[in-house]
Design a protein around this ligand. Structure first.
Ligand code: ADP
Ligand code: MG
Length: 322
């Protein structure tokens, strides 16, 4: 590390630690933190590369927001309460205005979720951001992909497909105020952190929808050795999504776009029949739309059925990096 990198860290990435469980953060070779008694530590990491995970012209604030939010969504997917972050950033140049905007946004999110930035790494290179997020869960209560059981009901939070529609609106240069809602969902998704923490009281099994429901629910049934049957008519769509399909896409819902494109960062989870009412009440408390979309079944297939109970085939699955 050279002097200018040290200055960057000091100026933009040194925030006062506010949490009691942070013993030492920033300035030494490691951070020291304490995991509360009776809790387990959940750790996740995601890398964001310019031109791959976000377009080159994306603002510093939007990059910071999404890089952190997708990590918080992974914690939410397992019902963990976020506590700490590390940030490894690679920068092509020292641009004070960019760094200040990035740093300001990081600070806002950290304070919103009571998270401390406890360390990181700063290097020169193509723009790339790697965040590691850590959080707690009561021992044995984490929501896991391998915990779905035959007879469970399958739920999703929010609405699906908005991010894919937002991306399409951006790529096709569609200028339509109604679709700005979808573009916002693409650029600034909201991890369902607080709802997910509470969900651990009722659910055992969840995933966040980052690669599309087909791929992500696919992970659940594979890990849990079961199948899922989903009713297409119960898949929640926003009014903006309905507007998009009506005006720009043959007046018909493009299910591949809704179910196989990803970037939604909504939760998909399962609950037993007896906990359905409790979970629905919980969602109301968090002012979150919740949709029961189908059932976990014994066969090892993921199937989508229409209103006549006939199976609908899909060609494409989730986003693949390789
Ligand atoms: P080392 O040489 O031991 O790897 P560094 O010189 O890379 O340490 O970093 C010095 C200190 O600054 C460390 O405590 C590290 O965690 C912290 N740090 C470096 N980059 C960042 C960053 N982008 N965000 C937060 N903390 C950082
Ligand atoms: Mg280092």
């Amino acid at each position: 590390m050279n002097d200018s990198e040290f200055d960057i860290i000091k100026k933009y990435f040194s925030f006062a630690a506010s949490r009691d469980d942070v013993v030492l953060a920033g300035g030494d070779d490691c951070a020291i933190v304490s995991v509360p008694d009776g809790q387990q530590l959940l750790v996740t990491t995601d890398t964001f590369i310019s031109g791959v995970h976000f377009p080159e012209h994306t603002s510093a604030k939007d990059i910071a927001y999404k890089a952190i939010m997708v990590n918080l969504s992974d914690l939410a997917a397992m019902g963990a309460t976020p506590a700490w972050l590390t940030l490894a950033i690679s920068l092509p140049e020292v641009n004070g205005a960019w760094l200040q905007a990035f740093s300001d946004e990081v600070k806002v999110i950290l304070s919103e979720f009571d998270i401390n930035l406890i360390g990181g790494d700063t290097t020169r290179g193509d723009l790339s951001i790697t965040i590691q997020a850590m959080g707690f869960c009561e021992r044995g209560r984490a929501l896991r992909r391998d915990r779905a059981e035959t007879g469970d009901k399958i739920y999703v939070t929010g609405e699906l497909g908005d991010a894919a529609i937002g991306l399409s609106a951006v790529l096709k240069n569609i200028d339509d105020d109604v679709l700005s809602y979808c573009v916002k969902k693409l650029e600034r998704p909201e991890a369902r952190v607080r709802f997910a923490e509470a969900l651990t009281a009722y659910s055992r099994c969840a995933i966040d929808i980052s690669d599309g429901l087909v791929a992500d629910l696919g992970h659940i049934i594979e890990a849990s050795h079961c199948g899922a049957r989903i009713r297409l008519s119960d898949i929640p769509l926003s009014s903006s999504a309905e507007h998009y399909f009506r005006e720009y896409d043959k007046n018909k819902v493009d299910w591949t776009m809704v179910l196989a494109h990803g970037d939604d960062y909504e939760l998909c989870f399962t609950v037993s029949r007896q906990d359905q009412t409790a979970v629905e009440t919980l969602a109301e408390r968090y002012k979150l739309r919740l949709s029961c979309i189908g059932d976990i079944v014994e066969t090892d297939e993921l199937s989508f059925v229409d209103d006549n109970d006939s199976v609908v085939e899909f060609l494409s699955t989730g986003f693949r990096h390789f």
